[in-house]
Design a protein around this ligand. Sequence first.
Ligand code: SF4
Length: 390
Amino acid sequence: MPGVVDYLKWRRALERSRAEGLPDPATPSLVPGSINLDLTTACNYRCDHCIDWDILNDRRKHDDAELRSAMQLMAKGGLRSVILIGGGEPTLYPGFVSFVEFLKSLDLMVAVVSNGSRGDRLLEIAPFLRRGDWVRLSLDSGSNATFTAMHKPARQSLTLDEICSWIPKIRAANPEIDLGYSFIITWKGGARQDTKVIENIHEIVSATQRARDAQFSYISFKPFLERTEDGAEVMDPSKTEEDLRKVRARIVAEVDRARKLERPGFRVMESTNLRMLEEDRWRNLTAQPRTCHMQALRQVVTPIGTFNCPAYRGVGYAQLGEKDAYKDPETARTTAERTKALLDGFDASHNCREVTCLYHATNWWMEGLIHSDADLDAIEAAEDRRDFFL
Ligand code: SF4
């Protein structure tokens, strides 16, 4: 909260100075409170529906020592949480286990989004994680056949059964962590460039049953996203081969059936954009203010550079710096100035006009506060849910 209030005060002072023709006030350090960290771009799957296809298996890599020093600097500057995700499969990073241990030694909250192929490595990190940390596996199917057809793992013998068999072991090693089964809903007509995706709506219920049986904490459903030509990640259900209303009705019916499988200790969750799709309201989230304030609060650090938003991984005009954007105080200062330049120059009302942005309400809330006379020191904190992931 102090970081957010300081940010709002700075933006307000900046706008006032500019209105009065005065020089800009000094730029604060602008270390984000939360990052997505892609440890590697390497991946051992070939998913048709992969949103990061164009940046996979790039030659560029992190320098482990440099990355650790960046994490230390950021943790001192206000970073609270790290989601190890990608742009690549995080467990394939050679020092994955020791890196997770290192992040926890900095008192950061840690989450891992994995394809599940290296359950052994997820089991090894379990003892380092604490309540509030989580691991989520991207599985998107309920049967072994659909799993293989959608993900094309390099080891062809890998099955959903094998992946799920690690969950009871991880849970036994650390009952505190949340273990999620992620399911991206795909429909006929969706495509990554010319590659058509396989539909999986019919496996929503079987995947939920499987997740429950395997002792996951929850299953989460979200819609398939595509990348536009200018790089943004968007939901475009209008491309469906079937009537969109029928597709929506099938999704709603299957998710309703899945909900009946909830029980204490097992939840069925839907992403915000899926709920908006089901209610035919997703376009409400595509009207952003000109300035995206989330760029200052949450960033994406990858081996190919540092970016302003997960929706713009690998996109040149959304780049804040190189992979080492926070490696030392001098580089971090340059990154802060670059963040300021993007806050000015990245026009979210235009660039994100097709993105169903999860931060739509947050951005408008911050925009409203900056342009109001509200006493920023009087903002009351909400209940602390010990959740610092953005
Ligand atoms: S407006 Fe939303 S989609 Fe666009 S950069 Fe900001 S957070 Fe990302």
